[in-house]
Design a binder for this molecule. Structure first.
Ligand SMILES: NC(=O)c1ccc[n+]([C@@H]2O[C@H](COP(=O)([O-])OP(=O)(O)OC[C@H]3O[C@@H](n4cnc5c(N)ncnc54)[C@H](OP(=O)(O)O)[C@@H]3O)[C@@H](O)[C@H]2O)c1
Length: 306
């Protein structure tokens, strides 16, 4: 099911590199390559582009993969939205990744933060310092220039809602090729998915396993029953659901065994798709769309507050 069935030639099954420590990043990236992943999702915010770059370059040098077979994405962080900062941020990512072009460059979130080297600028009360002096459209225009210059093949958005995608789509000279957002059976984002399908934009789901948070999707009885009935694991069922509904996805296995498990995805019977689509629980795990600052909200948090 790992098709490249989109105008970008992007493998639908992607490996995400949001991994906190350097050694784990190198090993997990290597295991992902060995399992067959060819799509790698990075970000300057993850502070591990150098380690991902090392693992990718080692595989290229060993002859196990060519640069052309790889699809590599990274993202512009919130502190670099000012037009004069975009190209330098892009080049710095490229250097850390040891690449001379990117397949995809995303604006990580629609929130501009105070420009500077501090990735998480806060005031004395601990509140994020936003930058009201730049719009998403201003930043997008410079992203377009990177495509013009041949430095990246495509550009896109992340952590945006439908209205924000529609605004950029309307004004853009080079249309967003990809929209990366949280999506899983508890947050299907159907309206955004329909918009993307209509406009030929790849919908790229992150947190397809609900960030692996337990209790959560991996223990949902509908998912575990389908897993038992099809001889798959709960993770494989969730990943298959995402691919089968026409999204691409990012997952972050850290061991070699899980990399093989998460790459070995086969179609689900239609009635299993129907049962998953009928799940009524709604839960967003990552609040980044509301603030620009990534963070998990534990399940039940809102219930406990009410
Ligand atoms: N645009 C954004 O703002 C944004 C935000 C978040 C993530 N992302 C991207 O999306 C990628 C995907 O991250 P995610 O956290 O959303 O991925 P995910 O695959 O939904 O969750 C990863 C978690 O699931 C666990 N896991 C992985 N494979 C498993 C399996 N086969 N069985 C059971 N548990 C399993 C892992 O646990 P262990 O830790 O035990 O291995 C890990 O904690 C990130 O790496 C990043 O590239 C983007």
């Amino acid at each position: 099911m790992n098709t490249r069935n989109n105008p970008l030639n992007m493998p639908a099954l992607g490996f995400g590199t949001l991994i906190p420590d350097a050694a784990t990043t190198i090993n997990a990236t290597r295991y992902a390559l060995e399992a067959g992943f060819r799509h790698f999702d990075c970000a300057e915010r993850y502070r591990n582009e150098s380690e991902v770059g090392m693992a990718l370059q080692a595989a290229i040098a060993a002859g196990t993969v060519t640069r052309e077979e790889l699809f590599i994405t990274t993202k512009l962080w919130n502190t670099n939205h000012r037009p004069e900062r975009v190209e330098a941020a892009f080049n710095a990512s490229l250097t850390r990744l040891q690449l001379d072009y990117l397949d995809l460059y995303l604006i990580h979130t629609p929130f501009a933060f105070q420009p500077g080297d501090e990735q998480d600028p806060r005031d004395e009360n601990g509140n994020v310092i936003y930058d009201n002096g730049v719009s998403l459209v201003d930043t997008w225009k410079v992203m377009e220039r990177l495509v013009d210059e041949g430095k990246c093949r495509a550009i896109g958005l992340s952590d945006v809602n439908l209205a924000q995608v529609a605004e950029i789509y309307k004004s853009a000279r080079i249309k967003p090729a990809v929209v990366q957002v949280e999506a899983h059976p508890y947050l299907p984002e159907t309206e955004l998915l329909e918009f993307c399908k209509e406009k030929g934009i790849v919908f790229l789901a992150f947190a397809p396993l609900g960030h692996g948070i337990r209790p959560g999707l991996l223990e949902n009885p509908v998912i575990t029953a389908i897993a038992a009935g099809t001889g798959k694991t709960a993770a494989q069922v969730l990943l298959a659901w995402a691919l089968q509904r026409g999204t691409a996805l990012l997952t972050t296995p850290k061991t070699a065994e899980r990399a093989r498990e998460n790459f070995d995805i086969s179609p689900l019977p239609e009635d299993a798709m129907d049962k998953i689509n009928a799940i009524e629980i709604r839960q967003r795990y990552n609040q980044v769309v509301k603030t620009g600052s990534p963070g998990f909200i534990p399940q039940g948090f809102f219930d406990a507050k009410n």
